[in-house]
Design a binder for this molecule. Sequence first.
Ligand code: NAD
Length: 478
Amino acid sequence: MASSYPELGLFIDNRLRPGRGEGERVVINPASGEALARLPIASRDDLDDALASAERAFAGWRKTSALERSNILRKAANIIRARLDDYARIMTLEQGKVLMESRIELSAAADIIDWFAEEGRRAYGRVIPSRQPDIRYSTLMQPVGPVAAFSPWNFPAVIPARKVAASLAAGCTCIIKPAEETPGTMLAIAQAFAEAGLPEGVLSVVTGHPSEISTYLIASPIIRKVSFTGSTSVGREIARLAGDSIKRVTLELGGHAPVLVLEDADVEKAAATSAAFKFRNAGQVCIAPTRFYVHEKVHDEFVESLSAKAGALKVADGLSQGAQMGPMANPRRPEAMESLIGDAVKAGARVAAGGESGANRGFFWQPTVLADVPETARIMNEEPFGPVAVVRRISSTDEAIAAANRLPFGLAAYAFTRSTANSIRLGEEVETGMLGINNMMINLAETPFGGVKDSGYGSEGGSEGLEAYLNVKLVSES
Ligand code: NAD
């Protein structure tokens, strides 16, 4: 087991402790395939401890002033910033992304915690003009209660930060299950909260068998709110479980983001922006640009430029000097790349860059561009969640919009055009939760993040992200 990787445990009452559950699973370094540590497996008794602790702590935390909560959150954010290098190394070891991306992600996580620390102080109710002079109507914003949160492996800091910071700022307590692949980063963040003065029980971290944990926590009467980020298929199951006990849910699920490069686009800008956002985190990003619908007049120039940029990227262990893209996070991803790309090529797609693993150990896949991909190929319909861009020619804006809206997903969409009329039309007609026009910067602490259709519901980030953890109570006084 690697010595620079931290000791793992369940984090309950601000202390690390071993899991008492059965079964065995290891955390793996995706750059080498080697084991980093044993994953702690929570038993039902462990989950009961976390639940009891979250319930106990809620009684005090909900009454802690918004200012005091904010001060603790801000302190935790500063501790994360002070330990950026150590935490980034943990993230790269367990997830694979290059060290610079891990640092950027942890800074963004601290930024998100600061945002919610401030936003929690502005959880205002309102006074509603009354019909009668002797009755006053007002609303109070109150924390929903203990939260069960489930986060995936692609962003081990930013996604948990959105869920945890919003819960805590609203006055809720939170039990989070990070992904089995990436528990170390979340544990490091939890440690920062504890050191910042977070009372025992306000934040717990549990790991183990995902469906056992989610089924047990969501069914518990102690839990009042559920937040999940992951695949649409698991999201369906989570929504069903939450539906059984009428719990509020936020779901951030899969996407398959279209990029519409219209006739009047700045082609070089479109290719450069797309390359930067397509290949970060080896394409394992739910808002990654993926289906490129490019006008025939600019198609060849775009494919050539995007392919050249993809081919120039240095793919290596995320800890190594000069690496620009690391391995994929787990062996399921390169297997999926092989299958989806193989299917597309068989259906007539042309490989313009990459197209293979290019490594004999670790979970690597080369940055790939496929051109002339038939709309019926699986990769045009299933989210590849990897470093592959699929390109098709279109001949009109109508065709581009229809193609964008063709799938059941609606998380992110992008377009490049110099025309204001086109921009306005895209804003009205593309079915998506987030739309980037001439840029892909759609993911900031202060902006709402969420999808429509099969990509889920609810927003994380922005003031909407806090509302997800608040109940509205009407008070009629006379
Ligand atoms: P998966 O659905 O098996 O797992 C995704 C995440 O959900 C993991 O962190 C896992 O621990 C968790 N999970 C799985 N089953 C669960 C359950 N019953 N209860 C609670 N949590 C559970 O998928 P995967 O093989 O890890 O990735 C496959 C696909 O998932 C990707 O192709 C992508 O579409 C999607 N995905 C989306 C995001 C996102 O940011 N929206 C992140 C990771 C994966």
